[in-house]
Design a protein around this ligand. Structure first.
Ligand code: FSO
Ligand code: SF4
Length: 559
């Protein structure tokens, strides 16, 4: 069985995975994810039509987000769970169709169901072999990259689907915290519905992609609201990497709600909880850091997990991506929850972490060990709280330039660029960072400028919203646009959440972004030319040369 997937930066040979995913995704899992996307185009069509008739359905909204999120890189590798999503898709499609009929009845209009596109009437087979046959039949080239579409159209359609996946991840985190905005669901359904139209032009698709970026800013804003309402505004925090003696749970992923539930359930049990990867910024939130047994941070970014978890005497909990195939040396102590799943790995439901706690006790835990400290918690409120000091430092020349060096980490050697770049930044510059790419350099001691740390960790990837707010506030203070600030954006991408953040930055008109370690496989040469011409997007070069170009740029003199 073949497959085709080009949605992440690891796409085999820079074009796409065709035999098995570099991430470990099997052709069966890939086909099931394709079916989920196929069905979502139908659900989107019906939900968009129902909304137009005045009826929105919250269950359909939530299914849409979670089904998209399930197909993001390094989330769900379990074919049993994926086939469950396909079958659930048929149920939610029926619900969306019902809402459509209800809306039509209320509005007194007739609907022509024979005009509904094929994905809106698709019935999945019950048996896996037949499901695979359906997947093969529906996607002549698996992966839904229709070979009949011209290359640029295909490229923009993939870009939109990947952007929607990334946005859905952020909107789902917010939804689970009780925060949502119908404008986000409305756009996701509208865009999925549009993808049924085989005649979309480059202009139509460009507009949809830009809108995806704009709506994602709202999705990240809602998530920021959800996090800060529930957990307070992050505060600058020193996080130990030292280990305490005793039973331990290491928590990875991005879901702060899962972490909070685990902290509550482990309180007073003697089990220490450590963050891993994208969970590091959790330490900055007052309502999470108040737990004395939130002991510190373990390890670095996602791609090092197999090495870092090898034989670790602790239970490991994955709350979201990025999970990799667990080695036998630690598979028995890995747990997943929420949407993340790996075949044969224990899955926690309803945030009942008792099995995880039991496993942590059984394993005995770490011996005490010394470690360094990392800092985090420089989200928008903390940075804007010292805005006057920052503005003064820029005016006096103490701060010459800001770098936003953020995004995902990954295993390509080219990613050393980001460390080299940070190491070379002059002492009169400030580095803002976010997401797991920071682990390339967040152990560096960069010192401070008049009390302002030179390395500021804004948070997780979704905290790109905070970064945008900080940039907007600086631009306001200097009466200029973000593009006129002495600020350079140097991004590393890996998966679809980074794709949607890039769309968000482009939708704000931000130009001159440097992107690495390689450019997306699904971007065609013409679309790349468009991005270069209109947004001055450039691939990263060498750290030394890029830095020299940035610091000699006339934009330095603008403020
Ligand atoms: Fe990293 Fe993975 Fe947060 Fe991504 S852990 S790579 S962009 O999931 O979402 O930054
Ligand atoms: Fe390949 Fe990335 Fe797709 Fe996995 S998600 S199959 S590594 S392109």
């Amino acid at each position: 069985m073949s497959m085709f997937c080009d949605q992440c930066e690891q796409a085999a040979n820079g074009t796409g995975c065709t035999k098995i995913g570099v991430c470990g995704k099997t052709p069966t899992a890939s086909a099931l994810q394709d079916l989920i996307i196929y069905q979502l185009k139908g659900i989107g069509y019906l939900a968009h039509a129902a909304r137009g008739l005045g009826v929105a359905d919250d269950d359909v909204n939530h299914y849409t987000l979670e089904a998209l999120f399930t197909t993001v890189t390094n989330v769900n590798f379990d074919t049993e769970r994926l086939s469950h999503w396909v079958h659930e898709g048929a149920r939610f499609r029926d619900l969306a169709a019902e809402r459509c009929r209800e809306g039509a009845q209320k509005a007194g209009v007739a609907i022509d169901e024979s005009a509904w596109p094929a994905p809106a009437t698709f019935t999945p087979a019950t048996d896996m072999d037949q499901l695979m046959q359906q997947a093969e039949r529906l996607a002549p080239v698996p992966g839904l990259a229709n070979p009949d579409h011209p290359e640029d159209i295909r490229s923009l359609r993939q870009l939109l689907i990947y952007g929607l996946k990334g946005m859905a991840a952020y909107a789902d985190h917010a939804y689970l915290l009780g925060h949502a905005d119908d404008s986000v669901f409305a756009f996701v359904h509208k865009a999925l519905a549009a993808l049924n139209d085989p005649d979309l032009t480059v202009d139509d698709l460009t507009e949809l992609n830009m809108a995806c970026g704009r709506v994602n800013i709202r999705a990240m804003e809602i998530l920021d609201e959800a996090h800060t309402t529930r957990f307070g505004h992050p505060e600058p925090t020193s996080v130990p990497t030292a280990l305490r003696a005793g039973p331990a749970i290491v928590v990875s992923g991005h879901d702060l709600l899962d972490l909070e539930a685990l902290l509550r359930q482990t309180e007073g049990t003697g089990v220490q909880v450590y963050t891993h990867g994208e969970m590091l910024p959790a330490h900055g939130y007052p309502e999470l850091r108040k737990y004395q047994h939130l002991a510190g941070h373990f390890g670095t970014a996602w791609q090092s997990q197999q090495k870092e978890f090898d034989g670790v005497p602790a239970a490991i909990l994955f709350t979201t991506n990025c999970i990799q195939k667990p080695r036998e040396s630690y598979k028995d102590r890995v747990f997943t929850c929420g949407l993340v799943a790996w075949p044969g790995v224990a899955h926690v439901t309803d945030r009942d972490f008792s099995d995880v706690i039991r496993k942590a006790r059984e394993l005995g835990g770490f011996e005490a060990e010394d470690g360094k400290t990392l800092t985090t918690g420089f989200a928008r409120q903390a940075v804007l709280g010292v805005a006057d000091q920052v503005i003064e430092a820029v005016k006096s020349g103490a701060i010459r330039h800001f770098f936003l060096i953020g995004g995902c980490d990954g295993s390509k050697p080219g990613r050393n660029y980001y460390r080299e770049l940070v190491e070379r930044t002059p002492n009169d510059t400030v580095v803002l960072t976010l997401a797991c790419g920071k682990f390339r350099f967040n152990d560096l001691e960069l010192g401070d400028i008049g009390g302002i740390p030179r390395l500021l960790d804004i948070g997780q990837c979704n905290d790109a919203y905070s970064a945008i707010k900080i940039a907007e506030a600086l631009a306001d203070a200097f009466h200029c646009s973000i593009g006129e600030l002495p600020l350079s954006l140097i991004l590393s991408w890996y998966e679809q959440k980074a794709v949607v953040i890039l769309l968000s930055l482009l939708s704000l008109g931000i130009k001159g972004i440097r992107l690495g370690p390689t450019l997306p496989a699904f971007i065609s040469p013409n679309i790349l030319d468009f991005l270069v011409e209109n947004f001055d997007v450039r691939p990263i070069g060498s750290a030394e040369e890029d830095l020299a170009t940035i610091l000699s740029s006339p934009v330095d003199a603008n403020v």
